[in-house]
Design a protein around this ligand. Structure first.
Ligand SMILES: Nc1ncnc2c1ncn2[C@@H]1O[C@H](COP(=O)(O)OP(=O)(O)O)[C@@H](O)[C@H]1O
Ligand SMILES: [Mg+2]
Length: 585
């Protein structure tokens, strides 16, 4: 599948209005847009001729009997066909413009989102972010593509008015008198409806969240027999939506009849004034018929004027939210001269203080040195900062103060891509994609051969269960496939990390869901794999700790003891305490 890079970007100048910032997007597709607008203008010019032809036909062939009626009829049919064809093309191009813009905007937003730092995802709810950005992108795209087209349609009113003036000045003014009123009423109605439609949108999103939580958490809901409580909260949400819809209906039913009836008033006025003029011999019957058509032809664009203002308000709110994402800098980025070197794995934390974006202080002056090839077990109570160590090593976050270095290089000086290639992290709850097992293991090395993938799986103790799956290594797992147990997922994730063969490996509780007996098996191969590799093992079980030659005990974001398992057990009462707590936990 080929992927086209977006043709434009959003103007980064935050002082400009949203529309001006979006202008590069419009400019990138100006050929398409101008083509569609020109076509739609041409179509309207043709369309405006039709009532005029009807007028001449009636006056000439029906009233005066001087012309040939069928000639006029053929001309009118021909013009209608031409107009239909031009409008078809105009619409085709307009939709293409809209989709091209949407494609670009989507790419701009999503490519920015994947470059966002971890801290961003700590703050926002990703599900909401995705669904919201989808509808926001659509709102902006609609306005940028359809707005100009609505303006062109209103512009045609000027042309039609000119034509009517050339036919009969007083009657032209009478016919047009209701148009501005329709415009103003349309705008007022949209203004009244806008807050309510906004409310409806927000409440629908809220309801979607409640439904989503019910489905995601259905096992918990059922386990606590809380169906009734959940249904009540659903009913409350639905109630709020119903109220908003009622308001919406109330406003619409107040304004729509007025908007519908004004053109009829216009028709009546034209009949009255025009009729009197015909009787006095100042105009013709054909003119009345033609002007009636104009009134009907011109009112939709005027009604759409109100819609356009509402679309503009929605687009501006949506654009503001999109820009909020785009304006959030990716603060974990390569330095000016990113260093790319093969790492030996001499890892050091130097007086590291680190707080998460929400302010939680996770490390409070931690100092730790791990030599190349050393295997260290990190032990500590929940929340003592163990997982944070791995995250800072791979520079998912930047330290608040102090330094993290590898082979003497500050991780902030290393190229991010090369750093993350050389630091493998296996989290305790690994994420698997809806891909085959093979592709999941080969995620960090997509061109790996099947043999390499199998070798990694064997080392991670995963080969046996994978072979027993319905389609072996080609079994699709995850959301859209086969469900693996926690321990199986962990083994696939270990295989994924081992395949890349990074000089630094962080196993963050990576075997916590694996049976002790299976774990023993993995350990013997891991011991082999860890030789020559700097390995950090966050561990609870004694069996896991025994893989390491050195144990580091953490509490409150600091290292409080460091030594061999035996020496810590002998000299550090807090070590024994932590171990005891974890055995019973
Ligand atoms: N993404 C996060 N955002 C905010 N605070 C976090 C985040 N992850 C962890 N913390 C907090 O940082 C501290 C250390 O967490 P962590 O390193 O995960 O501990 P451990 O792995 O030892 O259980 C805890 O107080 C935890 O609540
Ligand atoms: Mg942890």
């Amino acid at each position: 599948m080929s992927r086209r890079a977006p043709r434009a970007s959003i103007d980064p100048d935050v002082r400009k209005t949203w529309l001006r910032r979006a202008l590069p997007l419009v400019k990138a597709h100006k050929t398409l847009l101008i083509t569609s607008l020109t076509l739609s203008f041409a179509g309207l010019i043709v369309q405006v001729q039709i009532p005029n032809l009807v007028r001449i036909g009636i006056d000439d062939a029906v009233v005066d009997r001087s012309g040939e009626l069928t000639t006029y009829v053929w001309w009118i049919v021909a013009l209608a066909l031409v107009q239909g064809f031009i409008n078809y093309l105009a619409r085709l191009y307009l939709l293409r413009t809209a989709y091209e813009m949407e494609y670009d905007l989507r790419n701009i937003v999503y490519s920015h989102l994947v470059r966002m730092p971890f801290g961003f995802y700590d703050r926002v709810q990703t599900g909401e972010l995705m669904s919201r950005s989808g509808s926001d992108i659509r709102a902006v795209q609609m306005y940028l593509a359809f707005g100009p087209s609505i303006l062109v349609q209103c512009l045609i009113a000027v042309v039609a008015f000119g034509l009517m003036l050339s036919i009969n000045v007083p009657l032209a003014i009478v016919a047009m008198v209701t148009m501005p009123i329709i415009g103003v009423l349309g705008v007022s109605m949209r203004k009244a409806i806008f807050p309510v439609s906004w409310l409806i949108q927000a409440r629908l999103a809220q309801l979607a969240t409640v439904v989503d939580e019910n489905i995601q958490g259905v096992r918990i809901v059922k386990a606590f027999a809380a169906e009734g409580r959940q249904l009540r909260s659903l009913a409350e949400s639905a109630d709020r939506i119903r109220w908003a819809y009622r308001q919406d209906a109330r406003i619409r039913s107040r304004w729509n009849p007025m908007l519908d009836n004004l053109p009829r008033l216009g028709l009546a006025l034209v009949l009255l004034v025009g009729g009197l003029m015909v009787i006095d011999g100042h105009t013709t019957v054909g003119t009345i018929v033609a002007f009636n058509s104009y009134i009907l032809m011109l009112q939709p664009p005027f009604r759409m004027l109100g819609m356009m203002i509402m679309m503009g308000q929605r687009a501006s709110a949506s654009a503001r939210r999109i820009y909020e994402i785009l304006d959030t800098p990716s603060d974990v980025v390569d330095g000016p001269d990113p260093v790319v070197v093969p790492l030996r794995g001499d890892l050091a934390f130097e007086d590291v203080v680190f707080a998460y974006p929400n302010g939680t202080v996770a490390l409070e002056g931690l100092t730790l040195r791990i030599r190349p090839g050393e295997t260290v077990a990190v032990v500590g109570g929940t929340g003592s900062g163990k997982s944070t160590l791995g995250r800072l090593t791979a520079r998912f976050y930047d330290v608040t103060s102090g330094r993290v270095t590898i082979d003497g290089h500050d991780v902030r000086d290393l190229s991010l891509a090369s750093l993350r290639e050389q630091v493998g992290i296996v989290p305790d709850e690994p994420f698997l994609f809806s891909l085959s097992i093979h592709d999941n293991i080969a995620y960090g090395k997509p061109h790996a051969s099947r043999d390499d993938v199998i070798a990694a799986a064997v080392a991670a103790g995963a080969d046996e269960f994978i072979r027993n799956l319905p389609e072996g290594y080609d079994t699709v797992v995850g959301e859209r496939g086969y469900t693996l147990s926690g321990g199986q997922r962990q083994r696939v994730a270990i295989a994924r990390a081992l395949l890349v063969n990074p000089p630094i490996l962080v196993l963050d509780d990576a075997t916590s869901a694996i049976d002790v007996t299976v774990e023993q098996m993995i350990h013997s191969s891991l011991r082999d794999k860890m030789r020559g590799r700097t390995t950090l093992i966050v561990a609870h079980r004694l069996s896991t700790i025994s893989l390491a030659e050195r144990v580091v005990l953490m509490a409150d974001g600091r290292v409080i003891a460091d030594g061999t398992h035996e020496s810590l057990l002998a000299t550090e009462p807090r070590y024994a305490e932590v171990l005891a707590a974890q055995v019973t936990a």
